[in-house]
Ligand binder design. Structure first.
Ligand code: NAP
Length: 248
């Protein structure tokens, strides 16, 4: 069974490690190529965009893919939409392997917003000290609010950070520990945390730190997911794969 795994996430890595070495599955892990030094995957992989829906359809046909597992990040909406459309046209089975969103707990001061522009507006007009953990791709929105001081944390150096007038850049990859997150927010006198509702344990400590310190959180909610089946557990994805083996 030939599987295309759309990756770039912990979920895709977990799945790749789980099926590596299995002789009954022929997986290809697809990475967008955004991370500068990606860890070498344990299964065959390809790198870079497909060239839109048409390019993806051509790839799926050429590679003889039997089923697609969309394990992209919950905010990688374009790739997910392209996969949904290409699989619909080619009548290929498609499943999402995703992670549960975070939910506010008692004591949280969350303000849910639909996108990065709304997050920028939610910071208000008065200058604030903002911890920005929204990834490197969507920082440009904050250029519209130059009155704030930004502490930006990303994995790779972001291009757009330079256009933010007042900022400090921290390059770091999770998981992050609660004590370190509390120390960072204290040292930087953070007033507000801006984050995407990515979910997952590796970066959750910042939310607990904000709760502990009574810091407001501007939470950018996920883009709407398509109506394909979606699982959060590896076992469920493996069962789905078994159920979608092509008939000989
Ligand atoms: P996106 O906006 O949904 O996709 C933009 C374009 O990048 C897609 O149209 C596709 O190009 C290419 N692409 C995305 N994921 C790909 C994959 N797995 N394999 C091959 N091409 C891919 O995606 P994004 O938000 O830029 O995310 C890019 C990658 O980073 C994804 O692998 C995602 O899982 C990962 N990631 C994203 C976030 C986030 O917050 N967005 C966070 C952590 C990791 P073509 O149209 O040319 O095919």
């Amino acid at each position: 069974m030939r599987l295309l795994i759309l990756g770039g996430t912990t979920e895709a890595s977990v799945l790749a490690r789980h099926i590596a070495g299995r002789s009954d599955l022929m997986p290809v892990l697809s990475l967008a190529g955004r991370t500068r030094n990606p860890v070498a995957p344990p299964i065959p992989h390809r790198m870079g965009g497909f060239g839109g829906i048409a390019g993806l359809k051509a790839y799926l046909v050429d590679a003889g893919i039997d089923a697609v597992i969309d394990a992209t990040h919950p905010f990688a909406a374009q790739m997910s939409n392209h996969a949904a459309e290409a699989c619909r046209v080619l009548k290929l089975p498609l499943v999402q392997f995703t992670r549960a969103p975070w939910h506010p707990a008692e004591g949280d001061r969350w303000l849910a917003v639909p996108d990065m522009e709304a997050a920028t507006q939610a910071l208000g007009t008065a200058p604030r000290r903002v911890l920005l953990t929204v990834g490197g791709l969507q920082l440009a929105a904050f250029v519209a609010a130059p009155q704030h001081h930004y502490v930006i944390r990303t994995i790779d150096p972001p291009e757009t950070a330079k256009s933010l007038p007042d900022h400090r850049l921290i390059l770091a990859r999770g998981p992050f520990a609660l004590n370190d997150e509390i120390a960072l927010m204290r040292e930087e006198c953070i007033d507000v945390l801006v984050t995407k509702n990515s979910g997952g344990g590796a970066t959750e400590a910042k939310l607990e730190a904000a709760r502990t310190l009574g810091i407001e959180v501007v939470m950018v909610e996920r883009p709407k997911a398509g109506d394909m089946p979606a699982f959060e557990e590896l076992d469920a994805v493996m069962s789905w794969i078994e159920d979608h083996r092509p008939t000989p």
